[in-house]
Write a protein that binds this ligand. Structure first.
Ligand code: 26Q
Length: 821
């Protein structure tokens, strides 16, 4: 047989098999006899990567011709495992499966070899990844810029009920998806001082004399769109030492000093900070932020100048999105590059800068607003501090014109917090330096305008917009829920994968009893898979027929996992008091990481696991309820968990969750939601219909009102016997081997502070959970509601979000890629 196909691009089964064997030998350097599963995974990954390079290089080539490029700046990209996603987007899943199996291997086993790149904490990092997927699928020119952390988010283990953090060594066996581009390095300066002088022509100039220079080396990962030629680039920067520094030190004999300097430089991108929401001003974190932002902006300028286009058109060539304030230093850095290094005058540079940047805010918690002590900031970035002062002076002059004598306004709008120790306020810098500011859900954007960004909204109303978050249906349905994907596609075709609104066509099928039967069957099988995982990993037996009630997300007091626990214990007490109670059996599933320094969050995990241990071993209730904490919740586990849920817990205190995106992943996979009027829950409920959503709790207005009148949680405890019994049971040491002190910090907090108003929402939550139980007994109607939820989730595709950014904020158009070479 003559093969005309190329081993690196051919798609026949024969060629794929030969490519796999070839890569095993030539890349991994192994004979089949000694190859490990990881060797085979690597060989397979390279086989897939080969088939993607044509599209990737042609995409890069296409963008060299004067097209506007979106640059998404984010300190986090939680892209998840790449192998299956690439197989799906290339449309070669079935062929690869056949080739792998004909080679005597199990595709599933190889898939499980992949270490996911955990380069993010949670929602914000995962959103950036969904957006890259949609940008490519919509054929919009884009580059994601971020940090190549050597150690991503820690792996979580549970020992004796407590979270233990294990270093995430995701790179230890190599990363086949990235290509290093060492020749494209850039240099980033730190520290030192700025020098003001007049140049040879008598022009006033400033130069920065740093005391340290670090090299940034880009590592590129292709982000292929779904069944298109577009493969955009995720460019992550690694910090390295500058060689010339070593030599200098070497020559004067300070070899060990040079080694130290190298270590210090390389520390920059070693580790992802595992905190979300609550932040402390760690110097290394600011270094990381400046490092990747400077690398990114220098990269853009180099790209632009290589096409011989004037730097003054920068804002016409690039739309730079700031994913929260983490990259906000970019405003000052672009000014510095334009003014100091490229000699563009201030006003022109400021016009370019403002028209380049746009800012997305992801939080309403005032304690999560990023600010840096002036002393630290000035020591690390002396020139940027001067530039920020200059921006501030010019901005505050305008503020004074608009609001003469309003000192309150002035001090609130200032880029510098001068109320005590002085700080640089990154949100203020981002607002002033951007032409667009957006929240991530309708409610969140409205609250931003009324609270944390109120003064900016009054000053720049035209800058504000909402773009409700979305999730990619490719990963969060096609990849993670193949059974449901098959059923839906059988009924309505496959256009929904890129036009999620098409799911509406399922609405009429909700009335079709045989369709409902198939729908239920699929949910059942998927729950069976999760039950098998739980049994294998945790040795806990759960009943796939029971209601799977799931809360997975970072552990946070505002997200109220402990409110869920109060319901678990209420449910348990009811069963104990009436052993014949005809209750709807439930499996309560939790998962999520706590920031390592967040004591209360860790105590909540301990509480969940302690309650699980008692409940799961109590013969009185054992066949009617189970409680499970699944360790190490990450993208990979999310793919198993979201599709297996009957009930999605979205129970944050109203006004605290900016959007949530897990809420979307659950509902898209047919879970019903129990939730508050918070974040995107509001819009999900609007879309799926109030009758298909379990609403409970105070509204944002009511939360604010109650707080203003003086909230007294203890009164709720005193006046509610069932609540009192639950709290007293925890306090009694019932779940802690008689230790009455263990959960005292948590209980005292609830009784005497309760910032997140669990006790105020308790009864409403319990009553609504009872409605859930009743609703689940009518299996036909539950299935109907589940189908209608999925049918009406079209809005929450990240494709819709990206179209809105493209039109409203970036002013960019799709640029289809042709395969020329
Ligand atoms: C900042 C400075 C120093 C150290 C860490 C940080 C830091 C890191 C990550 C601060 C915040 C984060 C992450 C925030 C986050 O994930 N926010 C979530 O964003 C989602 C996407 O918009 C929303 O859906 C969630 O509501 C929001 O909580």
């Amino acid at each position: 047989q003559i093969r005309v196909e190329d081993d690196r691009t051919g798609l026949s089964i024969t060629t794929l098999r030969s490519a796999l064997a070839d890569n095993l030998f030539y890349i991994q350097g192994k004979f089949p006899g000694t190859a490990t599963k990881n060797d085979y995974y690597m060989a397979l990954a390279y086989t897939v990567r080969d088939r993607l390079l044509q599209r990737w290089l042609n995409t890069t080539q296409t963008y060299r011709k004067n097209v506007k490029v979106v640059c998404y700046l984010s300190a986090e990209f939680l892209i998840g495992p790449q192998l299956v996603n690439n197989l799906i987007n290339l449309g070669i899943y079935a062929k690869i499966r056949q080739a792998v199996e004909e080679s005597g291997l199990s595709l599933q086993e190889l898939i499980e070899q992949e270490e996911e790149p955990g380069l993010g904490n949670g929602g914000l990092g995962r959103l950036a990844a969904c957006y890259l997927d949609s940008l490519s699928t919509l054929e919009i020119p884009a580059i994601g810029y971020g940090i190549r952390y050597e150690f991503g988010i820690f792996d979580q283990e549970i020992r004796d009920g407590w979270q233990v953090e294990i270093t995430d060594k995701w790179l230890q066996y190599g990363n086949p998806w990235e290509i290093a581009r060492p020749e494209e390095y850039v240099e980033v300066k730190f520290g030192g001082r700025s020098e003001h002088y007049y140049d040879e022509k008598g022009n006033y100039r400033v130069r920065w004399i740093p005391d340290r220079v670090v090299k940034g080396v880009p590592y590129d990962t292709p982000i292929l769109g779904y069944q298109v030629n577009t493969a955009n680039t995720l460019r992550l920067w690694k910090a390295e030492a500058i060689e010339s520094f070593d030599f200098q030190a070497f020559n004067i004999g300070d070899y060990y000093g040079a080694v130290d300097a190298k270590i210090v430089s390389e520390n920059l991108t070693k580790i992802l900070y595992p905190n979300d929401e609550v932040i402390q001003g760690k110097e290394l974190r600011l270094q990381q932020q400046y490092f990747f932002v400077s690398c990114a902006l220098q990269d853009m300028i180099r790209l632009l100048l290589s096409t011989e286009v004037s730097l003054e058109t920068f804002h016409q060539q690039f739309a730079v999105q700031l994913n929260d304030t983490h990259p906000a230093i970019g405003v000052a850095e672009l000014m510095r590059l334009l003014v100091d290094e490229h000699r563009i005058d201030w006003d022109k540079a400021w016009h370019i800068t403002q028209n380049t940047f746009a800012f997305t805010n992801h939080t309403l918690l005032p304690e999560a607003l990023e600010k840096w002590p002036i002393e630290l900031f000035g020591r690390l970035l002396p020139r940027h501090l001067e530039i920020i002062y200059e921006i501030n002076q010019r901005f505050l002059d305008r503020v004074r014109m608009k609001y003469p004598r309003d000192l309150g306004k002035l001090s609130r709008l200032s880029l510098i917090d001068e109320s005590g120790e002085r700080y640089v306020r990154m949100a203020n810098l981002a607002c002033v330096g951007s032409h667009a500011i957006n929240g991530v859900a309708e409610l969140h954007t409205e609250l931003l305008k009324k609270t944390v960004l109120k003064d900016f909204y009054e000053f720049f109303p035209e800058k504000f917009a909402n773009v409700t978050n979305g999730v990619t249906p490719r990963r969060w349905m096609v990849l993670s829920n193949p059974r449901l994907t098959r059923l839906i596609t059988e009924k309505i075709g496959d256009r929904w994968i890129t036009h999620l609104d098409d799911l509406r066509k399922l609405e009429t099928l909700a009335d079709d009893a045989s369709f409902r039967q198939q729908w239920r069957q699929i949910k059942q099988e998927t729950k069976g898979d999760l039950a098998a995982y739980i049994r294998k990993k945790l040795d806990i037996i759960v009943d796939p027929k029971s209601l799977f009630d799931i809360q997975v997300k970072r552990i946070h007091e505002y997200k109220r996992q402990h409110l869920n626990v109060l319901h678990v214990i209420t449910f348990y007490n009811r069963l104990k008091h009436d052993r014949d109670l005809d209750i709807t059996p439930r499996t309560f599933i939790f998962g999520g990481k706590a920031a390592p320094g967040y004591f209360m969050a860790k105590l909540i995990i301990k509480l969940i696991v302690s309650v699980a241990n008692i409940v799961n071993n109590d013969p009185d209730v054992r066949d009617r309820m189970k409680v499970v904490f699944i360790p190490d919740f990450n993208v990979t586990l999310g793919q198993r968990i979201y599709p297996a849920a009957d009930l999605s817990e979205q129970i944050s205190t109203a006004g605290k969750e900016a959007s949530g995106t897990g809420n979307m992943k659950f509902a898209l996979n047919g879970a019903l939601t129990i939730g508050t009027l918070d974040g995107a829950n509001v819009e999900i409920r609007e879309e799926v219909g109030a009758e298909n959503f379990f609403l409970f709790g105070l509204t944002t207005e009511e939360v604010y009102g109650l707080k203003a009148r003086g909230y007294r949680p203890f009164d709720y405890y005193n006046q509610n016997a069932e609540l009192k019994a639950v709290i007293d049971l925890i306090s009694s040491g019932f779940f802690s081997h008689g230790d009455v002190d263990l959960f005292k910090p948590l209980i005292d907090n609830l009784l005497y502070r309760d910032d997140y108003m669990l006790l105020a929402d308790y009864q409403s939550y319990i009553d609504t959970q009872e409605k859930v139980s009743q609703a689940y007994r009518d299996r036909e109607n539950w299935t109907r509601m589940s189908i209608l939820n999925v049918a009406r989730m079209g809005k929450f595709s990240s494709d819709r979000s990206i179209r809105e950014y493209a039109q409203k904020i970036w002013k960019v158009e799709p640029v289809p890629v042709e395969l020329l070479q």
